[in-house]
Write a protein that binds this ligand. Sequence first.
Ligand SMILES: Cc1cc2nc3c(=O)[nH]c(=O)nc-3n(C[C@H](O)[C@H](O)[C@H](O)COP(=O)(O)OP(=O)(O)OC[C@H]3O[C@@H](n4cnc5c(N)ncnc54)[C@H](O)[C@@H]3O)c2cc1C
Ligand code: SF4
Length: 564
Amino acid sequence: MAKVFDAIVIGTGAGGSTAMKILCEAGLQVCALNSGPRIDPQRDFRGHRQVYDLKYRGHGDPLRLQDKAHQEPYSVEESEYSEGRDLFEHDVAYSNAPGTDWYWKRCKATGGKANFWGRSSARFGDIDFKAADLDGFGENWPVDYAEVSPWFSKAERYMGVASTIQNRPSNPDGEYLPPIPFRCIDYIIQKGAEKIGVPYLPDRCAQLTVHHNGHPRCHYCGNCSRGCDVGSFFSPTWFTIPDAEYTKNLTLLTNALVRAVLVDESGMASGVAYVDRTTRREVEVHAKVVVLAASCVETAHIMLNSKSGHWPSGIANSSGQVGRNLCDHLYGTPGYGYLPQLLGQPARPDNIADSTVAWMPRWQNLSNPREERFIRGYSVYMGGGCGEFPGYFRHIEGFGSKFKRDIKRYYPTPIDALLQAPTLPSPTNYVDIDPEKKDIFGIPQLRFHFQWGENELLMWEHSKQVMIDLFKAMGAELWGAGSEPDRPGTSLHETGVCRFGNDPQKYVTNKWAQTHDVPNLYICDASIFPSCTDKTTTMPIIAFTMRTCDHMLDNFRKGEHKRA
Ligand SMILES: Cc1cc2nc3c(=O)[nH]c(=O)nc-3n(C[C@H](O)[C@H](O)[C@H](O)COP(=O)(O)OP(=O)(O)OC[C@H]3O[C@@H](n4cnc5c(N)ncnc54)[C@H](O)[C@@H]3O)c2cc1C
Ligand code: SF4
């Protein structure tokens, strides 16, 4: 393409699409590249069909991935509901080093994973940014809460986040829409939690309880994980991408798999090289500034593959830190069972089982950062209520009509817990380029090296004990707990690998997410977060992207970057 753009944005997910919107609205000519096809809500979000109307009862054709490079099916969001469309990444394979079992789920369609996300959207606070000062482990973030909170407000006001003011030390309050009403189970759990001194509060959920900025309020159909057909929760498909397109300053290239960032004779970013998936040909596109937002580890993958005379170990990697310190949330089920007091009760229309209605925000190590055997802290979400599908079937033994009767008898009493425990940065958890393997497009593959650490495994054990106490306190029967945590990668909240910080020898970008080595290369995803917290990442990705773009626009105004 002969045209030179003001900015190229790689990826159109939560981070990339927010960058596109802000830069386009500021009048920049932006070229966005997305590795997969354009999502079409009419065709792709068909959540209102019943499972019995689907040929494979929602699971999809078991042979559908047999010719793919990466054949592992993804979970709930990749289902028969969107089948027929190639929305998830199975062509770009990755590898795991011996002893690593990373599960890398990728949505390659425009909008990325936030088409199907869980919408939990809490703010980070100084307890996270300054954690190293508190417990002496690792490093602080290069920002503090007072500096970042205006962008959290900006993100919340744009997205629409439902919650309440809670005055919790680990969870700064924000600007909220009315909360999602508690379900029957939430009142029972809250009473039990109170007895054992654990908070149980409305989550911060980016789901519209009222009409918001032209988007309709939620009609509580409960199908969010299959994509919202009316746009009642924040997703790039319904929010940022249309806003960017409205400016007419956006050129959106789909099925454009970026292989590398290109550099000019001085080592600055000059554009990108991508594989056009439809023709399998490599194409180049050029711009004055390049924004990487391909999602946490994919951003590191592209950087490590961007080798040149200037950057022999990958672009902006003079520190050797690109790919290092991969962090994740340990997910697992520390307890599941049922509430006997609800047996025989009628189902109520609380069909929001797909939403993070309520959670137990971190309550450990608050007044004393070393009160527990582990440092930092974790949070827990509770699932249950009158969801459409009785997911608890897997906890009930049986066969045939008796099995069905038992499942029905327990509805809607079962509940389960989901642990969200942050890992600590570790030199043994990282990604690099597999020296031997390439994907079908000839691009060297990413390789994961990752093990759970002692700290998060202590949290896992702790949470199982808490569930024993909680189930007793609420008069519930505990059926059991997961025998081990879920596989690494399951949470989709990976962070690290391009950490931001002030020292160019230790960090990949400065505190504005502008790479130290290549000032016209920016990063807008969770790869810059130096550590993992007990909260999820997407709202902070959006807030930090807004902050980074404001800084970038300042640099355009000051002449540090020139318009094309
Ligand atoms: C079921 C589910 C539940 C979740 N629940 C929550 C939750 O409750 N709260 C929360 O905060 N988060 C949640 N998440 C995670 C959340 O979706 C992600 O944190 C967020 O969407 C990440 O945004 P991103 O833009 O960084 O990456 P992505 O959404 O992965 O977007 C990356 C984009 O880059 C494109 N891309 C990738 N590689 C290339 C390449 N080489 N060339 C060109 N384009 C490329 C992809 O096509 C994609 O569009 C959940 C996710 C899922 C799937
Ligand atoms: S429950 Fe609400 S947000 Fe979720 S898919 Fe239905 S209308 Fe959309």
